[in-house]
Design a protein around this ligand. Sequence first.
Ligand code: ZN
Ligand code: ZN
Length: 170
Amino acid sequence: MIVSVSDAQKRAGESFPIALEESRAPETYAGKTLTFAAPVSVSGTFSFDGKSFHVTAQAKASYEAVCARCNKPFVETLTFPIDEHFVRDVVWEADSDVYPYTHEQLDLWQAFSDNLFLHLPLVSVCRPDCKGLCPICGADRNETPCACQNEIGSGAFGALQQLLNENKEV
Ligand SMILES: [Zn+2]
Ligand SMILES: [Zn+2]
């Protein structure tokens, strides 16, 4: 994910476009591995202020996920911002707020990956209205309407009715 900056380095203050698309191998971060289902992309701009390069871009990644409600694998697509500074030959540390670059090239991958994992949703859901699995019979409620729902309803109502009756008796 390389951006050539040899021109921009000589023209401080000017804004240059970024439009990258790249197929990537699976990426692991803090024990979680993402397998990309499509090329990742970055589009935005970068500029040089005389000391560092500033990159502001929108990034997009599609990766394999499993729905937390219905357990089905699906492809989740996430868009997220990248707003980072790159400084030449600086030593990179994990908690640093700038990224290093060498020669006349910015490698955006570390910044892409850091921001991607920062924006990952805690739970993935295949679609907002996924009905999930029935907790009683395990049927996928998106595909098979099961009878359990009514039983839960009457069960809960029955328990409430019983509670009311008990209270009456007291
Ligand atoms: Zn689902
Ligand atoms: Zn059921």
